[in-house]
Design a protein around this ligand. Structure first.
Ligand SMILES: O=C(C[C@H]1NCCC[C@H]1O)Cn1cnc2c(c1=O)CCCC2
Ligand SMILES: [Mg+2]
Length: 513
């Protein structure tokens, strides 16, 4: 059966799974939480990789590869970094039929893999800055229900790890990387992001601060953490003893200079990117692929051929399709033709709509007479008859228009899903209206806990716990760099909507993935 059996608004999680499997993006695997990434999705990941890799090379970041195995000693080098996460760590305990003397962990992230070697390699300030990145997979044995691309036990990502002589170096690089992350989503995936800093409660416990980009999924009204870039401060360099001689401090009496723990950053972006793109742009006909990341940007389909037409007519139309493919390919447009004899044009339209191909071109005998082609946009279904004259430029422009229209539409929907909430009694209704909320906030962890508690479904009245309504409370997603100004938050006057103490920031809150 082609097409989707369930609508996006009808049953979102079933829609999401069906759109992924029926578009051949992904297949389920016989180990829970693990999925097969098929070519249609893998092309998106490779496009992101090429784009991001070029960006970090402008910062002189070098790619490398560390082992996926972590010794128990290394992993537990820093207790509080790992203790919160310990249940998620997967261990190798046996090889063949023989037990290992020591269990070996599979990396859930690579701080503890890399930093002992940072300590070994960084001996002098001249060894700084050190800027490394690796493209790899990591394993986190999550117990919450898995979701393809969004929460999986193994996922592909990149993790960057850098070391600087001072805080300023770490600050500026962390922010530069965050801007690159934002452009992955906004330039490639046509998904708008809100950037900001995580609260003390939500930040990466091992670090000084976490900057983040936060997405919004209109269909569920939930926020989603899309990528993070941390200034780790000096906590990891103290744990792992990554020290240099302080170039700015004179040697003391007996000649040895002061020691300085380096300042570090770490940053990660994963295949969650693909899930966000699907959730934001997909519709009831299937995927809607942003042109910049779609393996096929234009699909050309012969049409209008009936039994009345001769084999010659058919050959003419098929050749016109193939000519068009080569014309577009010559100008780097990723075009293909679907000349399968055993499927009707209508069947093919559904198939390529399901896969979200941005433009469909229909060519038949009549079009050849008029030297034109019928184009259909996947995002709006708008049809237009296009002259074959100068078709390359026309299609190139149409692809650009689709890319920017998709971002504009997703931005309108995101803006409609984020509200200014200036009093507590508006907060939960806004969440239940699928909105994220900017709230005047005191920025304390205990208040954050109270907000989560008071906004979880159980707390609010006793309406039936229908499985769709998220029973979770609202989390703080970020303190946006771009603080709302309407109305302005008046320091010393504006109150936190939860606890009534003075508000110091606007916080972005919402139910989230
Ligand atoms: O991974 C990070 C921090 C950092 N890691 C490198 C990329 C950027 C950033 O995510 C946080 N973190 C999340 N999840 C886990 C761990 C963990 O450190 C360690 C144990 C298992 C689960
Ligand atoms: Mg986690």
């Amino acid at each position: 059966k082609l097409g989707l059996e369930v609508g996006k608004e009808e049953d979102f999680s079933r829609w999401y799974q069906q759109v992924l499997t029926r578009s051949d993006m992904l297949d389920y695997y016989d180990i829970s939480g693990c999925y097969i990434i098929r070519p249609w999705a893998y092309h998106v990941w490779q496009t992101i990789q090429e784009f991001f890799d070029k960006k970090i090379k402008t910062l002189s970041v070098k790619n490398c590869y560390f082992p996926m195995f972590v010794s128990q000693r290394a992993l537990e080098q820093e207790k509080d970094h790992i203790e919160g996460f310990a249940p998620e760590v997967a261990w190798v305990t046996r090889a063949g039929s023989s037990e290992l003397d020591e269990p070996i962990a599979i990396r859930p992230t690579s701080e503890t893999v890399m930093y002992p070697y940072f300590a070994k390699w960084i001996r002098s300030h001249r060894d700084l800055p050190l800027r490394l990145n690796q493209w790899c997979s990591v394993v986190r044995w999550e117990f919450k229900n898995p979701q393809p691309f969004l929460r999986t036990r193994e996922f592909l990502w990149q993790e960057g790890h850098c070391a600087y002589i001072d805080k300023a170096g770490a600050d500026s690089e962390a922010r530069a990387i965050l801007a690159f992350y934002k452009s992955v989503y906004e330039y490639l995936l046509a998904v708008p992001m809100i950037d900001g800093v995580k609260s003390e409660k939500e930040k990466f416990a091992g670090g000084l601060y976490t900057t983040t980009i936060e997405g919004y999924v209109p269909a569920t009204g939930r926020g989603i953490q899309a990528a993070t870039s941390h200034n780790l401060g000096q906590s990891f360099s103290k744990m792992f003893n990554v020290v240099v001689e302080d170039p700015n401090s004179p040697a003391n009496a007996n000649g040895d200079a002061a020691k300085l723990n380096v300042w570090q950053t770490s940053w990660g972006l994963s295949t969650r990117t693909i899930g966000v793109m699907v959730m934001v742009h997909g519709d009831d006909k299937g995927l809607v692929m942003p042109p910049r990341v779609s393996e096929i940007q234009v699909i050309i389909i012969p049409t209008g051929l009936t039994t009345k037409h001769t084999d010659k007519d058919r050959a003419l139309v098929h050749n016109a399709c193939l000519d068009l493919v080569s014309q577009l390919t010559k100008v780097d447009i990723r075009a293909d033709a679907d000349l399968r004899e055993n499927y009707t044009p209508g069947f093919k339209y559904n198939h390529w709509e399901l896969k979200g191909v941005p433009i469909r071109l229909e060519i038949g005998p009549k079009d050849l007479e008029k030297n034109s082609v019928l184009s259909v946009r996947r995002d709006t279904f708008a049809k237009a008859s296009l002259p074959l004259e100068n078709i390359e430029e026309t299609i190139a422009n149409l692809l650009e228009t689709i890319q920017s229209d998709m971002l504009a539409k997703a931005t309108r929907e995101r803006d409609a899903g984020v509200r200014m909430v200036l009093s507590w009694d508006e907060f939960v209704p806004a969440l239940n209206n699928k909105c994220l909320c900017y709230i005047p906030w005191c920025n304390t962890s205990e208040c954050e806990d109270a907000i989560k508690e008071r906004s979880s479904r159980a707390e609010v009245g006793d309406e039936p716990q229908d499985e769709k309504a998220p029973s979770m409370g609202a989390k703080s997603l970020c303190i946006p760099f771009n603080q709302p100004t309407n109305p302005p938050l008046v320091p010393g006057e504006t109150k936190c909507i939860q606890c009534g103490n003075l508000a110091t920031v606007y916080g972005l809150f919402g139910r989230s993935y």
